[in-house]
Design a protein around this ligand. Sequence first.
Ligand code: PEP
Length: 246
Amino acid sequence: MKLISANWKMNMTPSQTKEYLYNFLPLVEDVKDREILLCVPFTSLCIASEMLKDKHVKFGAQNVHYEPKGAFTGEISVSMLKDLGVSYVIVGHSERRWLFGESDEIINKKLIACLGSGIRPILCVGERQDEREAGLTFKVIETQVKLALSSLEDYTDMIDIAYEPIWAIGSGNPATPEDAQKVHRFIKELLESLNKNYKGTTRILYGGSVNTHNASEFMKMPDIDGLLVGGASLDPEAFSQIVKSF
Ligand code: PEP
């Protein structure tokens, strides 16, 4: 099933989350042929858990720590998320990589922690502008995917991947659907080569300046299995239009 996910980043208080959900849920009430996911801040997980109980809209987190528990002040473990009914977590978003110094090794540990838990990780990969201009897009993606999945090659069916070119995030300058398609195809072929028993259940989402006008163009591409939407997901009306755009 296609997956359309919101990434609210550091936006929305718990009260605003409540209001959003009151507005959003009726707009997507009948949309059951695709998965709808809201990746909310940690502080909104409780209210999302309460309001989305028995609903078809799922909620997820934007980050997780790889240790199960202990002296890691300010961090949140997989079991804490699991206890709230979280079904997905974004791992390795470019803002975590570049603003908070998350390495491929840390991302790999986070994926390992998730896979044991039943929480499905959405691994984010994407190249910088200078890497794109240097013709390194495929090399960068290959390296990020391989390092993130190191020792997890047999479990590739248990994760989804978001291709988010960094220059397209929050810039109003998305990749063309055709360029994104090429990278998505490349990632699928890479997964096939890494895992001989790969069943093909990993969804490859596109993210980067998706909006109500361009969402349907991305979703027409054969290897774009969903979307990860930042800014445009903060408005329930706009996000519902994106969800229903294909
Ligand atoms: C994101 O941060 O995951 C994202 C895709 O942001 P935006 O849609 O705002 O470009």
